[in-house]
Design a protein around this ligand. Structure first.
Ligand SMILES: C[S@@+](CC[C@H](N)C(=O)[O-])C[C@H]1O[C@@H](n2cnc3c(N)ncnc32)[C@H](O)[C@@H]1O
Length: 478
């Protein structure tokens, strides 16, 4: 297909170019399943802007000739799904646990700076404003909310503060009564509350960000990173960490996770949800760079002569557990050990694990796919596939893959722990608790096994897995 004539409208190359340009400018990676929609947008906008061929329209966009066109495109390609009190467990944790802490940390200055990054039509910052306005400890404080989005049209809706019934459906009746005024079929957000919110256009795809304040105590970065590529996610998180106050807190969307994209922010388990804070000194279960290097060395050794290396859990007492390779036995393993798939597949999976550790997601996906094609009954391949989905916030897909891995090898305690964490993030508390208990039982029995290929990834060792399970179960009161 050439870029001239009517066939150009259907040109895959033009659509891909358009998709790449959108990713470059806005950070949004439009998945292939939405390329048909993209094609329609392209042909519609091309005509509206006075071009005959989509190719010329894309070229004009690239040259920067159509600056105002981006306002329209952004509104068309971004997903604005949001509503008041979305993920109510996060607001509850904020009210009960986090705000009291923030109030203590800011007692001297009596100010709080909050940022709702990617605020859509303002449902999120307005929810925050209600929660803060209801907090008696903040009476007389100087608190304000920065609300930003790439989409100017969505922000102008937010500034007007008019919402439909569906948006406010989860607002508790008392708050609806106090902070909204009925306007026909709509609800108008109280102007005093709106005055606390500073609505601004900000494209998060190009750090560093010019925010009005140098640091923020609470940042909501919910349901945005899923649209970005892995390298951009890493950059955005690093920038958020820079802007986060030392005792500040970040919330992601309820089913999103940051670890192990990066290690600058660490998760804090709030029972019903997670938030993130700046990483404290290295008392977590993550491997240091040196330990990762050591694990890689061991793995390289194992890949060449797996039978020569004996499993010896505990032989590194006092350090993080570094995986040691053992040959795969014919029958069930008599002792807890680290397991490795056959050489060949093992090398492939090791490469995939290294790619994942270095955020080379596409390369990892290819390696895993080939490993699965070579041996669909290899638990490590399913586990890594789950990890890949987990990284990309596809929590439900991650759950299925972790389950497949555990079906093939139920003793893989780290995989079970990942599964439990995913279930918790999905709000499936009872199932998560069941899995945490299973991990404990397997660790108690001493029959747990770790996957060799997981050695290069920042997973919890035995001791820390124990701690994590107890912590998670304590949180839920079981
Ligand atoms: C699904 S909504 C999330 C809204 C809200 N945070 C929530 O969780 O309910 C995603 C928002 O991200 C915005 N967005 C997309 N790309 C962006 C970018 N590069 N910079 C800032 N905002 C962006 C979209 O316009 C949209 O409003």
């Amino acid at each position: 297909v050439t870029e001239t004539g009517p066939a150009a409208e259907r040109s895959l190359a033009t659509v891909l170019r358009f998709a790449n340009l959108i990713a470059e400018v806005t950070g949004n990676v439009v998945p292939e399943t939405r390329h048909e929609l993209l094609r329609e947008i392209l042909s519609r906008r091309c005509r509206a802007a006075g071009f005959i061929e989509p190719g010329s329209y894309v070229e004009a966009l690239i040259r920067g000739d159509l600056a105002t066109e981006w306002d329209i495109l952004v509104a068309l390609i971004t997903i604005k799904e949001s509503y008041f009190f979305r993920a109510p467990q996060q607001y509850e944790a904020l009210r009960k646990e986090l705000l009291p802490r923030l109030v203590r940390s800011r007692a001297a200055s009596r100010h709080l700076r909050i940022w709702s990054a990617a605020c859509a039509r303002g449902e999120e910052p307005a929810t925050l404003a209600m929660v803060l306005a209801e907090e008696s400890a903040l009476a007389g404080w100087d608190w304000s909310i920065l609300a930003t989005d790439i989409d100017e049209e969505a922000l102008s809706v937010a500034r007007r503060g008019l919402y439909g019934e569906r948006s406010v459906a989860q607002v508790p009746p008392a708050l609806l009564e106090r902070y909204f005024h009925p306007r026909g079929k709509l609800f108008e957000l109280d102007s005093q509350l709106r005055a606390r919110i500073d609505y601004r256009t900000l494209n998060l795809a190009h750090p560093p960000y010019a925010t009005p304040f140098r640091e923020y105590d609470l940042i909501l970065l919910r349901n945005l990173l899923i649209y970005f590529s892995r390298p951009l996610q890493v950059k955005v998180v690093a920038e958020m960490r820079r802007i986060l106050a030392p005792k500040g807190i970040v919330f992601l969307g309820a089913s999103e996770t940051l670890w192990p994209i990066q290690d600058e922010l660490e998760p804090v388990d709030l029972g019903s949800c997670f938030c993130y804070r700046r990483r404290r000194v290295t008392t977590t279960g993550e491997l240091s760079r040196a330990q990762i290097r050591e694990a890689e060395r061991q793995l390289a050794l194992a890949a060449s002569t797996p039978a020569e290396v004996k499993a010896s859990r505990g032989h590194r007492e006092g350090t993080e557990a570094t995986p040691v390779a053992v040959p795969r036995p014919a029958g069930p393993l008599p002792l807890p050990a680290t397991v490795s798939p056959p050489v060949g597949i093992q090398e492939r999976l090791l490469a995939a694990a290294r790619d994942l550790a270095a955020n080379r997601v596409e390369e990892a996906a290819r390696e895993i796919e080939q490993a699965l094609a070579a041996d669909p009954a290899e638990p490590a391949a399913h586990a890594l596939e789950g990890f890949l989905h987990d990284l990309s916030a596809r929590t439900e897909e991650a759950v299925s893959c972790y389950r497949a891995a555990l079906y093939l090898d139920p003793a893989l305690y780290q995989v079970r722990l990942l599964l439990a964490d995913c279930l918790l993030r999905l709000g499936q508390r009872e199932r998560a608790e069941h899995q945490y208990r299973e991990v404990l039982a397997s660790l108690d029995s001493g029959r747990e096994r770790a996957l060799l290929v997981f050695g290069v990834l920042p997973l919890l060792d035995r001791e820390r897995a124990l701690k994590r399970c107890h912590q998670a179960l304590d949180r839920t009161g079981r």
